[in-house]
Design a protein around this ligand. Sequence first.
Ligand SMILES: [Zn+2]
Length: 275
Amino acid sequence: MRRLPLVVLLSCALVLVAGASSSSAGFSGAKAKAWAGKLAALGQRPAGGRHERQAGGIVRRRFEQLGYDVTVQRFPLPEGGRSLNVIGRTPGRIRVIVVAHMDGMPGTRAANDNASGVGVTLELARRLMTKRGVLLAALGAEERRHTGAGWHLGSRALTRSLSPEQKAGVRLALSIDMVGVGTTLNVRGLEASPNRSARRLLNAASRVGIRASYLRDTGQSDHDDLTRGGVPAAWIEWRWDPCWHQPCDQIHRLRPWKLWAAGKVVRNAALRVVG
Ligand SMILES: [Zn+2]
């Protein structure tokens, strides 16, 4: 009876080490958290503000460093001012789209929502830079409660910039949003049953041995505007975070192994398409 807790502790430690270490072959949860920390350290990042722009600068420099072809989309906000998307592409027809919003609700550091998603995206960028047909984006102005818009403005601007031919070529599209806190890994979508992007993520999760389940949602992240704009998309999220939109949404709460698990699933799904 006494041995059981030790075994449990050892397996937990192994999982933590696997998730947090920076193995050269795998996805590093620790590095994803370090990127998230850079964004959270800027301060509050409401859409249209200086810190959102600075977050965009961090992403742009990293994409450029890795050799992505980078464009910055700027778009107006309903209350005035402008927000931005930073988009990195590899050569070839777009097959995979991965987005994460970098803006946050005022009054919070927006570490889990959603520096966590941007951190995972930046770590994925290192893993996907040699593949053709990849579009990664850090989006602005996702938080509708702040922008007062009926849309997720960044993903709407991105989706509208794609031609019908480009949309038709996409095989996997997803939003990484809130992936550092919570007990359940969910793949989410607007549909009653998983669309093709959600299916690809769920299949990837089972291939890599990470438990994930489908949970329908009403469009609470950027997959909403991608899907409505003609690119069937999914949202990957760890749930639930009691500090959502609260001042306690701080970087120390992000667990590297949760970032690692989300990143591993997305990477596996993406490599099935562009690998
Ligand atoms: Zn979010």
